[in-house]
Ligand binder design. Structure first.
Ligand SMILES: NC(=O)c1ccc[n+]([C@@H]2O[C@H](COP(=O)([O-])OP(=O)(O)OC[C@H]3O[C@@H](n4cnc5c(N)ncnc54)[C@H](O)[C@@H]3O)[C@@H](O)[C@H]2O)c1
Length: 368
């Protein structure tokens, strides 16, 4: 194996803390990634990542280079600093874009223009034309863009895809999905970017299920209508706290997706999510049903350490948990780390990409 590629993460918020940085740290200690730099708007979130007890326990002795540096004043905002960091990166390394939805397009483009491979959290962009532009740019330069739809790596999605494509359910006709994130998100940094003029819960957490129906069935979405419920954040800014999207697929099938920032903080499980697909067979119907919230593991803690400060919780080791392994600290496991790993490490052109992460999902962007 040659020198491992270096990683730059743009965005130091929740998804970087919960999924991306642990995965990237693990790949660094197994020799698959080199240096790690993280850029944020200011250094406050970087200080939190740097001092996180959970990350220190799991990855003893590992660190990242923060931009802005930790000794800058916390109120110094640096929206363009990531471009300087990209300028200093040798070509064809891995740039992981974990910014608010509306900033993905600009950051992915800046990275591609500097000949960098990209892993972008979903949704890739907010307009169909933007996805075509980025695809063309990447293709011309021989660069990889992975969109981090980690549900594609869930074992149940892969099984459903195989069985659907073998004709075991019939043809998708009618479905519903839900992804309701917790109420406490309303008190987070979301107040600064999740505003009604920029995005909505369907764009934010509806797209993984639209993508998943495509991933399982191979059917592309062709039209969408979305309605929402607007409410103020604690800071007074208006947002769509709830949204419902109805998507029509190319064979005429319909999928209804409800989304929101409103799963009760006292509820078991960190959110509410699942998918049901009804299919037409020959003289009978088939069905796929995934309960993605309660996967059968329930823990009742002595302390209020669950999401939202809960005691009683549905635990999901399928997506992401850090567990003992043969080395020091803890190892991130689940389809989340597998998804980040597939795109960030495989963005090295010397390695083969699995078919399901090669697909640049144009269709999902068409509906956003
Ligand atoms: N795949 C998933 O399941 C999943 C889950 C959560 C979030 N996401 C996506 O991840 C993205 C980020 O979400 P989050 O929850 O981490 O948000 P967040 O608000 O917690 O973090 C946003 C981060 O972006 C940084 N930032 C903003 N402008 C910047 C700039 N100009 N330069 C550098 N950094 C900048 C902020 O400093 C902050 O660290 C969103 O697009 C969201 O849709 C995906």
């Amino acid at each position: 194996m040659g020198k491992p590629i270096d990683a730059v993460i743009i965005g130091g918020g929740m998804i970087t803390n919960d999924l991306i940085l642990p995965t990237v740290y693990h790949l660094q200690r197994t020799g698959e990634l080199g240096t790690i730099d993280i850029c944020a708007l200011n250094n406050a979130p970087l200080k939190e990542l740097h001092s996180s007890p959970a990350l220190k326990e799991a990855f003893p002795g590992q660190d990242f280079t923060p931009h802005p540096s930790l000794d800058e004043p916390e109120d110094k905002m640096c929206p363009d600093l990531f471009k300087e960091v990209l300028d200093s990166l040798p070509p064809r390394q891995a740039v992981i874009v974990a910014l608010p939805d509306q900033l993905h397009y600009g950051a992915v483009k800046e990275a591609l223009l500097r000949d960098q491979h990209v892993l972008c959290v979903k949704p890739l962009v907010l307009k169909y034309e933007q996805s075509i532009e980025l695809e063309k740019l990447a293709y011309e330069r021989g660069l990889f863009i992975g969109v981090e739809y980690h549900k594609r790596f869930d074992r149940r999605s892969l099984l459903a895809r195989k069985d659907y494509r073998n004709g075991l359910f019939g043809e998708f006709a009618m479905g519903e999905a839900r992804m309701i994130e917790p109420y406490y998100y309303r008190f987070s940094n979301f107040q600064n970017w999740f505003t009604a003029d920029k995005t909505d819960p369907f764009v934010y957490v509806g797209c993984p299920y639209v993508d998943l129906v495509y991933f399982i069935s191979g059917l592309k979405p062709v039209s969408v209508s979305v309605e929402g419920v607007k409410l103020p954040f604690p800071n007074g800014k208006e947002a769509f706290m709830w949204a419902v999207g109805r998507v029509r697929f190319e064979n005429g099938a319909l999928l209804n997706v409800i989304d929101g920032l409103g799963y009760p903080d006292d509820g078991g499980g960190s959110n509410d999510q699942g998918l049901k697909m009804y299919c037409e067979g020959d003289g009978k119907s088939g069905m796929i049903e995934h309960n993605d919230q309660n996967r059968g593991a329930v823990y009742s803690y002595l302390k209020d350490i669950g999401p939202g400060g809960t005691y009683y919780n549905y635990v999901n080791p399928d997506f992401f948990k850090m567990v003992p392994w043969e080395g020091d600290g803890l190892k991130p496991i689940g389809y989340g780390p597998e998804s980040v790993e597939a795109s960030s490490v495989l963005s090295s052109v010397s390695r083969k990409k699995p078919p399901h992460c090669q697909e640049m999902n144009r269709s999902i962007n068409a509906v956003n």
